[in-house]
Ligand binder design. Structure first.
Ligand SMILES: N[C@@H](CCC(=O)N[C@@H](CS)C(=O)NCC(=O)O)C(=O)O
Length: 264
């Protein structure tokens, strides 16, 4: 990597999509600057680098923005192809399969899971069943392999593992146990937390906006917060417990990051 290269990740701390990019960067050992975007008060910079969706994450490499997390993962793998691990295999069929599963997770899991904690009654049950259907299919694809990518993590692993931090929330609101329903997938998720935590343990350098304040004050907590973002905080809420329905979602973010000692 050339010294004068500029790599910036624009993200929002709780984004599972942005977390994919952090894992990719840390796994390949690519230094980058981090800019925390305030999604509740979006910057003109975000509009400039992602004019179509105005969403994070965006990777800005030598002043050129790359949007969409899966797209970014492939870009990172391609640009820094000399750095291991490779997220995509050299075999075209394996690559196609990995893209299929990464897209499947991307399109289906997030949406289905939202029904569990935004929906009520029957919709919540539908969400739970959808999530379980998806997780079981994904578990079948994992089979006996340690990682989706084989012996090393790959595109599918990086795509899925940030959702592990939400399993607890899904289970709490859906009243089910992923461990019981998908033991193989849970074993994989636990293996994944080591690189997941690694991606978050180093304090990021660079500019921060206000919503990143907590992270800069307390980077080690940030790692745990990302691992278990909604644990604890949601249990304390006595009204509709979704981050999307709160008038001040930032308040929940702050609360949920502070994990009580007995829950560590
Ligand atoms: N498909 C996109 C999803 C990105 C996404 O939904 N980002 C959320 C944060 S988790 C966002 O920026 N939301 C702002 C908005 O919807 O306006 C990706 O994979 O990068």
């Amino acid at each position: 990597m050339m010294n004068d290269e500029e790599v910036i990740l624009v993200n929002f701390w709780s984004s599972p999509f942005g977390c994919r990019v952090k894992i990719a960067m840390e796994e390949k050992g690519i230094p980058y600057k981090y800019i925390e975007e305030d999604l509740f008060n979006k910057s003109s910079f975000l509009s400039a680098i992602n004019p179509v969706h105005k969403k994070v994450p965006v990777l800005v490499h030598n002043h050129k923005p790359i949007c969409e997390s899966l797209n970014i993962l492939e870009y990172v793998d391609e640009i820094w192809s000399d750095r291991s691990p490779r997220f995509l295999a050299s075999d075209p069929h394996q690559r196609a399969q990995a893209r299929f599963w990464a897209n499947f997770i991307d399109r289906e899991l997030y949406e289905a899971s939202q029904k569990i904690y935004i929906g009520k009654g029957e919709e919540q049950v539908v969400g739970k069943n959808e999530v379980l259907r998806i997780l079981k299919l994904v578990e079948g694809e994992l089979g006996d392999k340690p990682f989706f990518g084989g012996d090393n993590l790959g595109l599918v692993d990086i795509t899925l593992v940030p959702f592990y931090s939400r399993f607890y929330t899904w289970e709490t609101f859906g009243k089910f146990s992923i461990e019981e329903e998908c033991p193989g997938l849970m074993a994989w998720a636990k293996r994944g937390t080591s690189w997941y935590a690694m991606a978050n343990k180093r304090p990021n350098s660079g500019t921060r906006r206000d919503s990143g304040e907590f992270e800069s004050r307390n980077p080690s907590r940030y790692a745990e917060g990302i691992l278990e973002p909604l644990r604890g905080g949601l249990q304390e809420l006595d009204h509709h417990p979704t981050i999307f329905s709160l008038q001040k979602p930032q308040e929940l973010f702050k609360r949920t990051l502070v994990i009580p000692d007995h829950k560590r």
